[in-house]
Design a protein around this ligand. Structure first.
Ligand SMILES: [Zn+2]
Length: 545
């Protein structure tokens, strides 16, 4: 009965801690829908339960209520606070701020594994060390002696090492770089505390001095020079393997495209041509050539000359007032219901020479080819192909700096035009040879479903990933205006995102096959919308009103 009673108490305590942590983190994030956060909470909670159940009741009592405060209790408080700051900041970053939530998925999974292994190490240390107290003190009432078993054979402070690994890993497992700042503070406090504890035990615990002679490693296991070199080499090999792996995942090179009217070769020629113009940010030399070339290309694609127009405006930017110009091609149909296909043609203004083959070039080329296909067939819906200017921030991304063209476009719509907008589909960075389009979380779920299920049907499912990702892009002004919109973006670009907004964003990093995959999927989805095949109850609202 006593055992049962104890287990019940443990479970109650565990449930309370789990609810507090989960509630706090989801509240900080402002949503429960972030997969990595959910997985982190689940892993944390399971390992917490395992630890609580394996630790002896005596130690559990000591840990809950140490009979003395012990030396350095301030550090204990500080480390607890910094742990909360780390996971809290990570949750706020991935859920609300999106300031640094660009941790690659593979790295998050690696960090989560490291987190789990570290907590495992901590549990192991707690099981073999009955004196694993949060207070630095000699537990003479419990016969305190030196523990040399388990992980204590290799290092003197396995518990602190576990924490040094687990807390920074938490930041990355949840997906935030920013949270590494409090995590670094945490590590600093722990290293100081470990040193302090070592000194304390040397002078106060019989046999500890001898033990420090035998086990030389305090926070990191002591190895011979050969062992250390071998470990270093293995680490390096893993790093290189990881780099090569991210560089080679989701390559579209070996794909045979399903037949589609979308001509990926012609689109790729356009991508090359626009990239060759060089930097095309608003105010640059080639910017005006870019939109004139778009105009000519749309006419060449077969759009009626009366239906291609410039939508010029003056934007207030952090670098002053700048003239910007969207290009709009209207492909009329009998029905006034309108679908907007959009994307940006400007490139990011950088000090380095940035030509944006993928970021700017791919969306431009893709939309011109879509206009070509749509202008050469009878459509049920009216299509507006819109090439936005000023998607990129002129300085630093914010609500005021970025999305100039799409914000202006949506503001200028008349009430009557808005009523006819059935859907907006935005494309960005879809030329990447390694295509990973995630479900963008601000996007209309029904529209996403339609496109993602089309990708499955065409056997391109491995390029359209279910993992949610939130991105601010040219679809956002439409989302805010209540128009169903979706963003198709392959955001991770190159190993460790090395090609994004750098001079490495060149034609060689792009592939016609990637454009062809997205083109095939989009045309398939539009066919479903046009033919009414997609008019299941969920999509009825997109079809007729
Ligand atoms: Zn960009």
């Amino acid at each position: 009965m006593r055992g049962l009673h104890y287990a019940f108490r443990i479970l109650r305590r565990w449930a309370a801690l789990t609810i507090l942590l989960a509630g706090g983190l989801f509240l900080a994030a402002g949503t429960t829908r972030i997969t990595l956060l959910r997985v982190y909470v689940a892993v944390f909670s399971v390992l917490l339960l395992v630890t609580m159940l394996t630790v002896s009741p005596e130690l559990a009592r000591e840990r809950a209520h140490p009979s003395e405060v012990g030396a350095d209790s301030r550090a204990r408080f500080a480390s607890g606070l910094l742990f909360l700051a780390t996971v809290g900041a990570a949750a706020v970053d991935v859920g609300r701020l999106h300031q640094s939530d660009s941790v690659p998925f593979e790295l998050s999974i690696g960090a989560l594994t490291l987190f789990a292994v570290s907590l495992g190490l901590q549990a192991w240390a707690m099981v073999v060390n009955p004196f694993f107290s949060p207070a630095i003190r000699i537990q003479s009432e419990r016969g305190h002696c030196v523990v040399t078993r388990g992980p204590y054979r290799f290092l003197r402070h396995p518990g602190y090492l576990a924490m040094l690994l687990a807390i920074p890993a938490s930041a990355l497992a949840i997906g935030s770089w920013l949270a590494l700042i409090p995590a670094t503070g945490f590590c600093f406090v722990i290293v100081r505390r470990a040193r302090r504890e070592d000194e304390f035990l040397k002078w106060n615990l019989a046999g500890y001095m001898d033990y420090t002679e035998r086990v030389r490693g305090g926070l990191c296991p002591s190895f011979s020079a050969v062992q250390a070199t071998a470990a270093g080499l293995v680490g390096l090999a893993l790093l290189v393997a990881g780099f090569v792996y991210t560089a080679s995942t989701n390559s579209t090179a070996d794909v045979t495209l399903s037949p589609s009217p979308f001509d990926e070769r012609r689109a790729f020629e356009d991508l090359r041509q626009f990239t060759e113009l060089g930097p095309r940010f608003p105010g640059s030399d080639m910017h005006d050539w870019a939109y004139l070339l778009i105009h000519l290309s749309l006419l060449g694609a077969g759009v009626d000359v009366h239906n291609v127009s410039f939508d010029g405006f003056e934007a207030s930017t952090p670098v002053g007032k700048i003239q910007m110009t969207n290009v709009v091609a209207k492909i009329q149909a009998a029905q006034p219901d309108t679908i907007i296909l959009g994307g940006h043609y400007d490139t990011k203004r950088l000090k380095m020479r940035f030509v944006g083959a993928n970021d700017g070039g791919s969306s431009t080329a893709f939309l011109i080819e879509m206009a070509h296909v749509l202008a050469h067939r009878r459509n049920r819906f009216t299509y507006w192909v819109v090439l936005f200017d000023g998607e990129e921030a002129l300085e630093t991304w914010s609500v005021w700096d970025g999305l100039y063209g799409s914000r202006h476009f949506v503001q200028s719509l008349t009430a009557d035009q808005r009523k006819k907008m059935r859907a907006m589909i935005n494309v960005d960075m879809i030329g990447d040879r390694h295509l990973h389009i995630h479900r963008e979380t601000h996007s209309d779920p029904q529209l996403s479903n339609l496109i993602f299920s089309e990708a499955q049907d065409l056997d391109y499912g491995r390029y359209f990933l279910e993992r949610p990702l939130s991105v601010d892009d040219d679809h956002m002004p439409f989302v805010h205006a209540g128009i169903p919109a979706v963003d198709l973006i392959s955001l991770d670009y190159g190993p460790l995102n090395l090609y994004w907004h750098t001079p490495l964003d060149t034609v060689g990093k792009c592939s016609p096959i990637s454009l062809g995959i997205v083109g095939g999927v989009l045309l398939g989805a539009l066919d479903d919308l046009e033919s009414g095949r997609a008019a299941k109850p969920a999509l009825a609202s997109l079809m007729v009103q």
